[in-house]
Design a binder for this molecule. Sequence first.
Ligand code: NAD
Length: 467
Amino acid sequence: METTQMTIGGRKAAVIDTLPVENPADAEVFATAPAATAEQVEAAVAAARAAHRRWAALGIDARRAHLRKCGAALSTATDEVAALLTREQGKPLAKARAEVELSATWFSDTAGQDLAVEDLGDADADIRLHHKPFGVVAAITPWNYPIILAVCKLAPALLAGNTVVLKPSPETPLSSLLMTEVLCEVLPPGVLNVVAGAGPVGRVLVEHAGVDKVSFTGSAQTGLAIAAAAARRLQRPTLELGGNDAAVVLSDAPIAQIAERLFWAAFENSGQYCTAVKRIYAHRTVYSDLIEALRSHAEQVVVGDGMDPATQLGPLVSARQRDRVAALVEDAVAGGGRIVTGGSRLDRPGHFYAPTIVAGAAADSRLVQEEQFGPALPILPYDDVEVAVAQANSTSFGLGGSVWGTPERATEVAAELDCGTAWINTHGELRHGVPFGGYRYSGAGVEYGALGLLEYTRPRVTHVRRS
Ligand code: NAD
């Protein structure tokens, strides 16, 4: 059975402990991944520290050139990385390829960004604001989009002059290990390092005195633990956490035109997407039509092994994730919700759950209030849009939200959504140049765009008296 190795200080690290890696499409263990020991975490942080001064001193133009090389190297490895990604995560191979291609482009787009020195001087003083790197950044990632979510951290952290230790999810370590190996071929040793393993490896990393900044994407629960560890050292981590995005469908929304977009906004990656639509509030006049339209899409979509080119939706990443979704659906039904379609596991090996639509679940049911992170979508009717908006804002999350209807009216309603991104007639679209972050338990800080780049820097002022 193959084991992909960790890269520490530009070298392949010895495999001491291992973790099994399962293919969620057949529930078979097909590989093992290294599980870093505490000494290996230590070595990775030490390697990143040792490389930092020289990397920061290279200057932004040289680092830009390295990022472009990273993009080109990753692009060349698209097929291999994507195949591993599909095998360990389950998503359709075409989607895995798209994720790797986007990640390669992300490097070159980031290389186009700048960290200009700002002139704040006056007649008496030459004052300049520089944006300095922190030093060593720990990048910790989840399993749903392991490649792009890692690159969204690596690229800006490296451009700003930091060195990085990446810790991918134990569910999907292999594609990140391979990607790091590929990137390390074009980066100086120690600038990028990777340690694999489960939560305890992440904890050792974030609590390490040699780590200056943590950038984390994952659950709110882990985000809270990381924030607490960072607070003990007065560090400010960047946290991209869970969501429970609501879509509010207005009475004037053209259901036939929007249904397919809305369906994919909820079911992309089998619902394992931080900004997936996780609940819909539909005006009572369009409620039945919307349910019918979404049911039709859910029943036509091809669910299967991501390696099959016909597959549109893969399995859930793990038995635990599938069972959680099943439990939330059962709870919603027990509380009065009606299953419109789906509502059960698929009778085949692997962690498959049928695309599911639940009508009329109670507003306080777990399926509505919690993040299901799977292919089960509750749709609730409303009569008064103010009530729908209040319900949309009623969970502990605040990542994204959307309003669907004529643009003017939808824009007015969207202004009332209490979340980091409010979309109108679309949902979940993310762009390199546009900052993205959540309110409340959905996160702290932002990624992407100029603001996202600044998260990997700290301000440094030089003040020269003119006479
Ligand atoms: P998770 O929090 O269980 O794990 C994420 C990562 O943190 C893994 O690498 C894990 O090993 C590590 N980890 C666990 N405990 C740790 C600790 N104490 N210290 C340091 N690291 C630790 O999340 P998950 O189940 O892998 O991912 C799903 C979650 O991620 C969902 O809630 C989803 O909404 C969220 N997510 C958010 C975004 C966003 O941009 N806001 C994007 C994707 C996923």
